[in-house]
Design a protein around this ligand. Structure first.
Ligand code: ATP
Ligand code: MG
Length: 566
């Protein structure tokens, strides 16, 4: 590719709202352009990266036996009514009417379309398994679109849907997808972890997220320092906390505790460790048609994990409750405990059967001491805590460490959630109608472009890995007036292309400084600078990672490039 014929409008201006390097460099490098909140167009460089990533994804999906399809982006709302999601999916689902007043949605995900594609056509277990996938546009009216294409409203996703005769076969496909995703992210040169995950609005059980570990990630990940266990904080487990501090042995008693509203104040007053205290976190749970105040109890030194809490009560969303709402629900803020509480509540399962605990007495200025957390029904106990750094691994007891990650893929075992709801069945070996067992598998194709930059950049621009870069190398002509240089550079360019390298030649009539700045911003793995040293038979090889510069023999340039790129 000749830069003089290419369209990459680079600029020094960073977008005003940009905080992340990937957002800044993708806009400054002319990869993408914003059209509105969370809406981006892809310029030639952005499209090259979309296609390169898609090709790696497609290649590995095809090798795993999946079949590529393309679902319509606009979906009939009736399909979403059949699955039950039309009313319960939040505002992320963009609903609209056509000229005949019929309802439609712009697909945020395509389980319904996939079920519709096989329903009444795949009728027998003999036609299973089947895995259909697409690489297509999605729209989610995200509450906070941000970070450029990392969290857009319109984005490109690879989404696959598999159909199976039984749970064992679904499990086999799930494992195959885990291996396939690992191959894909390895081919893209990324440092990733497959982590245990929450299944979110898509539902089902058994899911794993693929996280790229980067310092600017939106997700909190816990990784064990001595085994393979890794989980999103939304789903992370731990070994129950070991007691610390003296046991505050006491008979059950209601104690006067004036102005003792916080865990810290309670533990100071009674001189006990926070291990023996119970904390109340009061939330308002929002459902499709109503809302309700719910209290979540965790150990005094623990924090509530919002996603776990939301799963415990099945709410669409949890928000903070106002003082008035708390009062109207009959809850005494600062002195709220599970014993005798007249409101809906859940208790963290690690507190089950704990004795000698201290908690609010649901009366102003009073706490109970000597409490046993044993008289509550089992369904009140849920996993509610946010696992932290230093907590112990549930598998091996090693230390869990917190890091930041960006989700690039998610694989789910859906089971029969959608097939049952949409009445999509097949006949098993005994001629009995059964709903399909399903899996679904997503990869954030457009997000990956940004993730690759988050994972590899410096203060000057992108640092693409050689595994997957827009171009392998830039050949920079320092001075267009230098006829020898121009001739040599053009020959090198032609030879590089003939030997299968994907190179760009910067043959623009620009100052050398402009060209070098653009090279550093665009960040192809290597550059060959053809300049004055050609008189001595040399050119300069720049390695973008580290910006290392070396003089090499001009006659060796192609050979060296090939060696470095293999
Ligand atoms: P997140 O937690 O980041 O919102 P999600 O759980 O909603 O992700 P899935 O529904 O599993 O995501 O979608 C599959 C993949 O699509 C994700 O792993 C992610 O890489 C990508 N993705 C999801 N939402 C967006 C978005 N708003 N912009 C770009 N990519 C996205
Ligand atoms: Mg999401």
């Amino acid at each position: 590719m000749r830069f003089s014929k290419f369209y990459a409008p680079t600029t020094k201006e960073a977008p005003k709202d940009a905080t992340l390097p990937s957002h800044i460099f993708l806009v400054r490098g002319g990869f993408v352009e914003q059209n509105g909140a969370g809406l981006y167009s892809f310029l030639p460089l952005g499209k090259i990266m979309l296609d390169k990533i898609s090709n790696v994804v497609r290649d590995e999906m095809n090798k795993a036996g999946a079949l590529e399809v393309s679902f319509s982006v606009v979906t009939n709302a009736d399909l979403w009514r059949d699955s039950g999601r039309f009313s319960v999916f939040g505002k992320e689902l963009l609903r609209f009417k056509d000229r005949k007043e019929n309802d439609f949605v712009i697909s945020p995900t395509n389980e319904e379309s996939a079920v519709a594609m096989v329903k009444n056509k795949v009728n027998s277990y003999k036609q299973l398994p089947l895995h259909l996938y697409q690489i297509n546009t999605k729209f989610r009216d995200e509450a906070r679109p941000r970070f450029g294409i990392l969290r857009g409203r319109e984005f490109v996703m690879k989404d696959g849907y598999s159909f199976h005769a039984n749970a064992d076969d679904l499990r086999r496909e799930f494992d195959l997808m885990e291996a396939t995703y690992s191959k894909i992210f390895t081919r893209l040169g990324l440092n990733f972890r497959a982590v245990e995950a929450d299944s979110g609005a898509i539902g089902g059980s058994g899911s794993k997220e693929f996280m790229v570990l980067t310092k600017n990630g939106e997700d909190d990940i816990l990784c064990c320092d001595s085994c393979k266990y890794a989980a999103n904080v939304e789903a992370a487990r731990r070994q129950p906390k070991a007691p610390y501090g003296d046991v505050p042995e006491a008979e059950p008693f209601k104690f006067h505790t004036p102005n003792t509203k916080t865990i810290k104040a309670v533990s100071e007053l009674f001189r006990v460790s926070e291990f023996y205290t119970i904390k109340a976190v009061i939330k308002k749970a929002i459902y499709a048609d109503n809302s309700e105040i719910i209290v979540f109890f965790v150990r005094g030194d623990d924090e509530l994990e919002d996603t776990k809490a939301q799963n415990a009560c099945g709410a669409l969303e949890l928000v903070d409750a106002s003082e008035d709402e708390i009062k109207n629900a009959g809850i005494v803020a600062g002195f709220c405990g599970p014993v005798g509480l007249n409101a809906k509540f859940f208790i963290d399962k690690e507190l089950k059967d704990n004795t000698q605990m201290i908690c609010g007495a649901n009366e102003i200025d009073y706490h109970f001491i000597g409490v046993s957390v044993s008289s509550f029904k089992d369904d009140r106990f849920k996993d509610l805590v946010a696992v932290k750094s230093g907590d112990k691994c549930p598998n091996c007891g090693g230390n869990l460490e917190l890091s930041k990650g960006i989700e690039v893929g998610h694989i789910f075992q859906l089971g029969d959630k959608y097939s049952s709801a949409m009445n999509a069945t097949f006949l098993d070996e005994n001629g009995k109608a059964k709903p399909f067992m399903m899996g679904c598998y997503g990869i954030g194709v457009s997000r990956l472009i940004a993730v690759m930059i988050e994972a590899s950049h410096d203060e000057k621009g992108c640092v693409w890995q050689k595994q997957c870069a827009p171009f392998d190398a830039m050949i920079i002509i320092s001075n267009l007036k230098d006829e020898e240089g121009v001739k040599f550079a053009n020959e090198l360019y032609q030879n590089a292309i003939n030997s299968g390298l994907n190179v760009m030649i910067d043959d623009r009539n620009e100052r050398f400084g402009v060209k070098i700045n653009d090279y550093e911003l665009l960040g192809y793995p290597y550059a060959i600078v053809v300049g004055k040293s050609l008189n001595e038979g040399n050119v300069e090889l720049i390695t973008r990672a580290g910006l290392n510069k070396e003089l090499i023999k001009a006659s060796d340039a192609l050979k060296v490039l090939k060696e470095r790129l293999c």
